[in-house]
Design a protein around this ligand. Structure first.
Ligand SMILES: *[C@@H]1O[C@H](CO)[C@@H](O)[C@H](O)[C@H]1NC(C)=O
Ligand SMILES: *[C@@H]1O[C@H](CO)[C@@H](O)[C@H](O)[C@H]1NC(C)=O
Ligand SMILES: *[C@@H]1O[C@H](CO)[C@@H](O)[C@H](O)[C@H]1NC(C)=O
Length: 442
C-alpha cells in the first residue's frame, strides 16, 4: 500500500488537502481496498476514481489552535483474512495573518514625578500576536496626537521593539497633571493588522515652588504699614498675611509663623489663617513702631518657605507719626545706626572731657562762668531740627525724655544729664542741641 500526499492547502471548509492512491496486487476481493483515517481529526477521506481518495478538511483549521496533525491512514482489503497496512501523514497548517496584535491590558497608566529626567522610563506596553513569524511580529509606535497643542512625540517616545515608553522632556505638574497618548501595535504581515491602546500619564507633584506672599507685597519696595489703634484689645485683628503656593496637597499647605518681632508677646499669627492679632491690650509703654518678620512655610518634604516684613504703627492717626519713612529703613540702616551711636558715644566722651577741662578752668577763674557756651556749641533750645518735633506740644523737647529716647546705650546718660542741669538757667542747652551739634560736626 502506498500513499501520496500531493500538497497541503490553506483551509476552507472541505478543502482538498491531498490525493491518496492505494494499490493491492491481489485480485478480486483480495485486491479490493477500503481506506479510513482515525477519529478526532478534522479530516476525512472521500473516495474518488478507482484506488484514489481525496483527503479533505471537515471544518476550518486554526493554526493558532492546532498547527500540526498526525493523520494515520489505514487501508484494508476484502480478503479473508483481510490484510491491512497503515501510514501516518504529517500535516502542518500554514499561517495566514488573521490575528491582530492584542495588548495585555485594556489601558495603561504611568505615574511619574514632575521634574523627571528626559529619557526616563515611564512604563511599558506589550501586545501579543499568535501568528507565525512576521505575521506575529509586533512593532509599537505612537499614534499622532497633541498634548497641550504640541505633538505627542515631543512628550513621549516608544521603543518600537520593546514597547517601553520614555519621557522626552521634563514634566511640570504646575503646567499639566496628566495627559493621554495612544500606542499602536502593528504586526509585520501583509497586509498588516494593528490595534491601539490608551496610555494615561499621571504627573505627581514635587515641592518645587516656594510659598508666594501676595500681601504684604514687596513690589516696588512699597512698604505696607498697618495702623493699630492704641485702644486695641487683646485678640483684635490687625492685619493678615496672604500667601499662595503653586504646588498642591501637602506641598501647598501653608503655615504662618512670626519669625522676628519688635515685641515678642504683643502680636500673634494664626498658624493657618495668617491673621495677625494682638495678644494682649495695647499699653502706653508699647513702642509705637512694631516690626514683624513673618515666615510662611509649606508642608512639603523638604518644606520651602518665604518671609515678609510687616510694619505696624500703634497710633490712632497717621498725622502724629513723625517719619513713616524711617520705619521702612529701620532694618537696612540698623548697621549705620549702630555706627552712628558709636560715633556719638565717642564724640560725647570727647565732649565730656572737654567740659571737665572747662569746668576745671572755670573753678580756677570763678568770675567767667559763661565762657564755655558762648561760642560754636551752644544752640538755643528753640532751634531744634524738625525731625525732633515736640511730643508734648510745648515747642521744645522735654530734654530728659528725649535724651532717654535717643540715646539708648545708657552708659553716658548721667554725663549728659550733668550738662543739662548745668545749663538749666542759662542757655537751654538741651541734649538734642548737643546731639545736633555733634551731628553737624560729624
Ligand atoms: C504519528 O502517529 C503514529 C501512529 O499513532 C505514530 O507512530 C507516530 O510516531 C506519530 N508521529 C508523530 C510525529 O507524532
Ligand atoms: C503571513 O500571512 C500571509 C497571508 O496573510 C501569508 O501569505 C504568509 O505566508 C504568512 N507568512 C508566514 C511567515 O507565515
Ligand atoms: C484604536 O482602536 C479602536 C478599537 O480598539 C478603534 O476604534 C480606533 O479607531 C483606533 N484608533 C486608531 C487611530 O487607530
Amino acid at each position: 500500500v502506498c500513499f501520496f500526499i500531493s500538497s497541503s492547502f490553506h483551509n476552507d471548509e472541505e478543502t482538498l488537502v491531498g490525493i491518496i492512491n492505494v494499490q493491492d496486487r491481489d485480485s478480486e476481493y483480495n485486491g479490493q481496498v477500503r481506506c479510513s483515517i482515525q477519529q478526532g481529526v478534522p479530516f476525512k477521506l472521500v473516495p474518488s476514481i478507482k484506488n484514489y481518495y481525496s483527503l479533505v478538511t471537515t471544518g476550518k483549521l486554526d493554526r493558532e489552535l492546532v498547527s500540526d496533525y498526525n493523520i494515520t491512514i489505514t487501508a484494508t482489503d476484502e480478503g479473508s483474512p483481510p490484510l491491512s497496512s497503515s501510514k501516518s501523514v504529517q500535516l502542518s497548517v500554514a499561517d495566514i495573518n488573521d490575528n491582530p496584535p492584542v495588548f495585555d491590558k485594556q489601558s495603561y497608566s504611568a505615574y511619574v514625578s514632575e521634574n523627571n529626567k528626559p529619557g526616563s522610563t515611564l512604563c511599558s506596553v506589550s501586545a501579543r500576536d499568535p501568528d507565525w513569524r512576521q505575521n506575529g511580529t509586533v512593532v509599537y509606535s505612537l499614534l499622532a496626537g497633541e498634548v497641550n497643542g504640541a505633538p505627542v512625540s515631543s512628550y513621549l517616545s516608544v521603543n518600537g521593539d520593546t514597547g517601553v515608553l520614555h519621557a522626552v522632556r521634563s514634566f511640570d505638574y504646575e503646567q499639566f497633571r496628566s495627559f493621554k497618548v495612544h500606542v499602536m501595535a502593528r504586526d509585520n504581515g501583509s497586509p498588516p493588522l494593528s490595534s491601539n491602546v490608551t496610555v494615561s500619564v499621571f504627573i505627581s507633584d514635587v515641592n518645587d515652588n516656594s510659598p508666594q506672599i501676595l500681601y504684604p507685597s514687596l513690589e516696588g519696595n512699597s512698604f505696607m504699614t498697618e495702623l493699630v489703634p492704641k485702644a486695641a484689645h487683646g485678640g483684635s485683628l490687625v492685619s493678615k498675611v496672604i500667601a499662595v503656593d503653586a504646588d498642591s496637597g501637602q506641598n501647598a499647605w501653608l503655615s504662618y509663623h512670626i519669625f522676628k518681632s519688635t515685641d515678642p508677646g504683643l502680636f500673634t499669627i494664626g498658624v493657618h489663617s495668617g491673621e495677625i492679632r494682638t495678644q494682649r491690650d495695647i499699653s502706653e509703654s508699647d513702642s509705637m513702631k512694631q516690626n514683624l518678620v513673618v515666615a510662611v512655610k509649606d508642608n512639603g518634604q523638604p518644606s520651602l518657605s518665604a518671609t515678609c516684613s510687616m510694619y505696624l504703627l500703634i497710633s490712632d492717626n497717621l498725622a502724629e507719626v513723625p517719619e513713616l519713612k524711617d520705619l521702612s529703613y529701620d532694618e537696612k540702616n540698623s548697621k549705620l545706626t549702630s555706627y552712628l551711636i558709636i560715633a556719638l558715644v565717642s564724640m560725647s566722651t570727647f565732649f565730656l572731657t572737654f567740659i571737665i577741662i572747662i569746668l576745671g578752668l572755670r573753678f580756677c577763674r570763678r568770675r567767667k562762668p559763661r565762657l564755655l557756651f558762648d561760642g560754636a556749641v551752644a544752640i538755643p533750645s528753640g532751634y531744634l531740627p524738625p525731625n525732633y518735633a515736640d511730643v508734648d506740644g510745648t515747642g521744645t523737647l522735654r530734654s530728659t525724655y528725649n535724651y532717654d529716647a535717643y540715646l539708648t546705650t545708657g552708659s553716658r546718660t548721667s554725663d549728659f544729664k550733668f550738662v543739662t542741669s548745668y545749663n538749666d538757667n542759662t542757655y537751654c542747652l538741651s541734649r538734642n542741641s548737643v546731639l545736633k551739634s555733634i551731628f553737624m560736626s560729624l
